[in-house]
Design a protein around this ligand. Sequence first.
Ligand SMILES: NC(=O)c1ccc[n+]([C@@H]2O[C@H](COP(=O)([O-])OP(=O)(O)OC[C@H]3O[C@@H](n4cnc5c(N)ncnc54)[C@H](O)[C@@H]3O)[C@@H](O)[C@H]2O)c1
Length: 324
Amino acid sequence: MEKHIRAAVIGTGGISGVHLSFLKSRKDTEIVALCDVNAENLERRQREYGGRPYNDFNAMLDEAKPDAVWLCTPPQVRREPILACARRGVPVFCEKPVGRDASQAARLAAELRRAGARVQVGYLFRSIPAVRRLREWMADDEVYAVQSLYACGMGVHRSSRAWFYVKELSGGALIDQATHNLDLLRGLFGEVKEVRGMATNPRQRKKPGYTIEEVIGVTLRFAGGIVGSHLHTWLGDRWRNEIVISGVKRAYRLNLNQGLLTVEDGPETRSFQQPAGSIHAHQNELFLSMVASGDWSANPSSFDDAVKSLRLTLDCDAAVSARP
Ligand SMILES: NC(=O)c1ccc[n+]([C@@H]2O[C@H](COP(=O)([O-])OP(=O)(O)OC[C@H]3O[C@@H](n4cnc5c(N)ncnc54)[C@H](O)[C@@H]3O)[C@@H](O)[C@H]2O)c1
């Protein structure tokens, strides 16, 4: 019989709904507790998904004694809750990024290592079937050029919450969104040695309340000799997230929004479409299986590794911000 897992969530804002609906759909999992300092968010999620409500995660951990915690607080709120879980031996699924300051995140990583903490970070592309298939199909190829594009219309329609447009709060496009692509590129191609970047605001100049960059380009030199680019726009027609890899043998097109991989192999084109459903489900399934088995060897995104992705993301941001 599958092990019954008692799950708890810390931080019941936007992204928690994705994880809670996954947890609610599972027969082997019970949502036992939710925690938030914002009573409105807490009550809303509690009405939707059940679980005993708490406003203090230490009290929640001591009383509800969950087997696993989903940490869905903002990146500035990582250290205390994650260490509170580690001290009690509770595994954590931690939303990305692991912080906003790379040195602080590295210190926390060392504390977690010393505590023997079990943490999976929510860099979700590492776990999706289309990426697993890409690795298989690319295994015998040599790659020296890769291109990543993330586009959305957030700067055109101004449809997101106001704080998103304040870079000091959201981090802007690179830190909130591109970090997923940068992490995936690191996962596929190794470490980046050099970053150059530029950004523009062609539609609306920066002003108080609108301090994000609208269009961003970064060029990456990987240790293995690959040159890559990431282009990001908030002035796009729709949500697009695509990676194009030019190999010596083949070209690979990965549509991350659709979970669709297309490979041009000589005169032939073949494709792989991953099953429909929430793109977050794959990382959550892996996390649950590691919690149940106690075997963390397949962890797709450890805290230590995610610190490197944060560092790369911040390096890209610094390269962009250095420009007038
Ligand atoms: N993987 C993805 O695709 C994805 C998508 C959206 C957000 N995220 C990440 O998830 C995290 C949360 O984002 P969000 O959009 O849900 O933010 P949010 O602001 O909607 O929710 C965060 C919640 O955490 C609560 N919180 C803050 N401090 C707390 C504390 N000490 N104890 C308990 N609760 C506390 C807040 O009150 C709020 O309800 C961020 O790191 C974000 O980058 C990831």
